[in-house]
Design a protein. Structure first.
Length: 474
């Protein structure tokens, strides 16, 4: 991982699919473009035509790179499309790991796109390998494909139900089965997935911003534990399991999702504004001259804080948007300058000022420390650091790339120690109660990275730990 992103929770993946839509391949590419923030390593579109023909367009890179020059207009409009943007949380970033995955099961064509992470994938894979299954990728998603193929049930919905009852973890899936499309959310609904409509066709997207770009209207969210089948008979809903325990990822509001998306009737931008206001309400003592965000993630919360406190909002840090994950890594001796490739401070605005600095979260603390140092070198007098989330003390195992617990600064240092490490004058995190207030109360959320209360068992993690302990005993 490049230094650029080592100090952030990294977005997982995006899924986008269409059923019976005009210009469906073009719409899918546009949808994936709108969802680019959820995965920038690779992208793929699978499409199945009425004539029974199917094909792929896949590649490593951003959407604009992968589909550049792709002459989709020459292709007969497909009945179904299945699209995916990848950021690898399981398996590497080689070609073989680009989704959607495809297989033929008894002459039926099946493709699958996945956003999330299977927490018992290693365990299931081991059993499948012992049963003679051959894997073509390193992805946890392939486990689901094998389980579907091995199921003795007779129709595709029963096969999927049978397969998913063995699977633990976070999964929002789009599956195409010949000319049908199936949308699925795990019984906790950890990752998002929405249904939209356009003309007589249907659209599935990780976020509502994927619907907006093609002028599709929002119909509803796929429910936790729901399997939604769309075919020429219409829409039909099935369940994975009887037990549903809604725990949608609360971090989607803080950082992952695009500000113009909505979940559970809550607009993400508004939630971030509320978070900023809440930060102020939790500690009104502040004599800063200005409020500045760490762009872009701290922007909306800083606006909210400024509104609530009356302290003027200013863009004191400018972000360079053209620094990608694969950008050239600086030599060791220039590492301290590395942060300047992404952020620069507005010297004229900041000199001699006392500032409130707002960022969405602190993960390892290394980037925050560098930004503080840039600000001090620019002549900032005092820095009051406000964090628009509670302290992160646990890693995420549900489809987000996070550092190991031992590298999370709030897991290894207390508030005073973090303040000293960052060399700021004061440090304040948002409370967990405050976060819930900002997102319209507790409608059923996962907050495990702030509480270590994991709503879905971490089977692979537990097995790994047990194995290590056994090795120690030997
Ligand atoms: S652990 Fe954190 S990032 Fe992961 S799903 Fe839960 S709230 Fe979201």
């Amino acid at each position: 991982m490049s230094y650029i992103n080592q100090d952030r929770f990294i977005d997982h993946c995006a899924v986008f699919g269409t059923y019976d839509l005009k210009e469906s391949i073009y719409s899918t590419i546009l949808g994936l473009h709108a969802l680019q923030h959820r995965g920038q390593e690779a992208s793929g579109v699978f499409y199945f035509q009425e004539s029974g023909l199917f094909s792929f367009k896949k590649g490593i890179g951003k959407v604009s790179e992968v589909y550049a020059g792709f002459d989709h207009e020459k292709i007969e409009n497909p009945r179904v499309t299945n699209g995916h943007n990848r950021y690898s949380t399981f398996g590497g970033s080689e070609e073989k790991n680009i989704q959607p995955l495809y297989a033929q099961i008894n002459k039926d064509n099946i493709s699958i796109s996945h956003n999330g992470n299977i927490t018992n994938a290693h365990y299931l894979k081991q059993n499948l390998l012992e049963d003679g299954c051959i894997f073509q990728s390193d992805m946890d998603t392939e486990v689901i494909l094998h389980l579907i193929a091995k199921s003795k049930e007779t129709n595709i919905i029963e096969k999927i139900q049978d397969a998913l009852r063995k699977v633990e973890g976070a999964y929002s899936l789009i599956i195409t089965y010949n000319d049908e499309i199936i949308a699925i959310r795990d019984p906790n609904g950890i990752r998002p997935l929405v249904l939209g409509k356009k003309d007589n066709g249907f659209v599935l997207s990780s976020e509502t911003c994927g619907l907006d770009i093609i002028n599709a209207t929002f119909e509803r969210e796929i429910d936790p534990g729901e399997i939604l089948l769309i075919n020429d008979k219409g829409i039909k809903s099935f369940s994975i399991a009887n037990k549903v325990n809604k725990t949608f990822c609360i971090f989607e509001y803080i950082y992952f999702a695009r500000p113009d998306s909505n979940f559970l009737n809550q607009n993400v931008y508004e939630a971030r504004i509320n978070i900023g206001k809440q930060l102020y309400l939790e500690n009104k003592k502040n004599n800063s001259d200005i409020v500045i965000p760490v762009p872009d993630s701290g922007l909306a919360s800083a606006i909210g804080y400024s509104e609530a406190s009356g302290i003027p909002f200013q863009l004191g840090i400018i972000r360079n948007h053209y620094v990608g994950r694969s950008f050239i890594q600086p030599k060791q001796e220039l590492r301290d300058l590395a942060v300047k490739m992404k952020h620069n401070v507005n010297l004229k605005l900041l000199q001699g000022k006392s500032i409130t600095l707002i960022d969405d979260s602190i993960v390892r603390g290394t980037t925050s420390k560098k930004i503080v140092s840039l600000l001090k070198n620019a002549g900032v007098k005092k820095i009051h650091f406000k964090v628009a989330s509670p302290a992160i003390i646990g890693s995420c195992y549900y489809g987000v790339d996070t550092p190991n617990e031992d590298n999370l600064i709030a897991n290894i240092k207390n508030l005073e120690e973090i303040k000293d490490y960052l060399e700021v004058d004061t440090l304040q995190y948002l409370s967990l109660e405050g976060l819930y207030k900002a997102v319209n109360g507790n409608q059923g959320y996962c907050d495990a990275c702030f509480t270590k209360k994991y709503p879905v068992p971490l089977i692979d993690q537990t097995l790994k730990k047990q194995q290590k302990e056994q090795i120690k005993l030997v």
